[in-house]
Structures are given as structure tokens and as C-alpha cells.
Design a protein around this ligand. Sequence first.
Ligand SMILES: [Zn+2]
Length: 240
Amino acid sequence: MTLQLEPMPDDWQRALAIVAHPDDLEYGCASAVATWTDAGREVVYLMATRGEAGIDTLDPATAGPVREREELASAALVGVTSVEFLDHADGVIEYGTALRRDLAAAIRRHRPELLITLNFDDTWGGTHWNTPDHRAVGRAVMDAAGDAGNRWIFPDTVAAPWDGVRWVAVAGVNNPTHAVDVTDGLERGVRSLMEHRAYIQALTDKDPEQYARDQIEGFARQEAERFGGRPAVTFRLYPR
Ligand SMILES: [Zn+2]
């Protein structure tokens, strides 16, 4: 029998999802976000970049605004009205104090109880090498959760320190601990990925809807095995 995952905590009101690129949250996570916003919780998105280096056929100056628009549409579909972009350079985000400071400042401003980020392990599933941006941003999110609460670290941010982050949930990992039943959010999760039309069209010859459906329903079905047969989005949860 497959090890069963715990349900994600639901005694929280505000979450901040921090990832490197537009589309990172749409490969699964958005279905969970839809179920959370349905329940009246607030979720804010923060992108470290505008994803300007993500489309081979579009130069960065053109791709950045396209991807920004696609992300706003994706977010709106799952009940997220606040999407912020930092201007780190896509593909070459540096882990370091500049990034930690930007993230700590955002955490202090939004005061989330839950932080969400994407797999920052070396690989996806053990054999697909992860990108430097995902590794840098994920690790900086983990660190900034603590930085945000320490008034002596980055003391010059506009917002006051916030030590209220209770968990960091990491999506897309090989060894998750928790899951969300996304029965009600799955269709919006599919449509949310579909909004990344320019990105998907450059990536595959498949019809964008079919591509998005295969991806999102496929992940959720696969994860159902570990969550009582219910379609699920999974996370590795780090309590703080
Ligand atoms: Zn990415």
C-alpha cells in the first residue's frame, strides 16, 4: 500500500506564493489555490522574474509583457487578484542577500501564515535536473521566512518584521508529506495553465487545452494514489 499523505493545514487565512517564473504555479498548484480562495482565504502571487527568457521564439523585451499578462489571467481564474513581479533576471537569478531581502520585504508586507514555493531540489523526480532559478528562489523563500521575523536582518524594509509564517509548503517535490483534495479546483487549474498560451504554443504542437488537461489531470490522478483516491496536489510541508 502506498504511504498516505496528511491533509494540508487549513487553519490559516493568508498565503503568499513565491516562485521564479510565470507558469510555475500553474503546473499543479493553481488547482489547490482555487480550493483555498473558494473557502475565503487570500492568496497573493509573487514572481521573482517576468519569465522573459522562457520563450525561444520571442525576444525577452517582447516575452516579458506577454508572460506578465498571461500570469495575471491565470491568477484571476483561481481567485488571485494580487500578482507582484520582482525584476530579477530570468534564467540567471542569483541566490543571495539581494534576493532574500526582496522576499523578506514582501513577506513583511503581506504577513502570510503560509508560504508556498516550488521544488528547489537538485532534480525533478530524481533524473531531470532542476533549473538554477527554481533552486535559488526556493532556497531563498525558506530562508526569507526566518529573515522576515528578525528585525535586525534587513532592518530598512518599509513594512515591520513579521514572524507569523507557520509553514512553508513546497510543490512539485518527489517526497511530499501533505496534500490538498482538488476535486473542486481541478477544472480551474486546467484553465489556469491554458492561459499561458504563448508559452505553451512555443513548447508543444499539442492543442493548448489538451496539453493543459493532460498535465494537470495527469498529475492530480497520479497523486490520488497517495491521498485516498482523491485528485490531489501535493506539498512537502516545513512547519516553523
Ligand atoms: Zn519555472
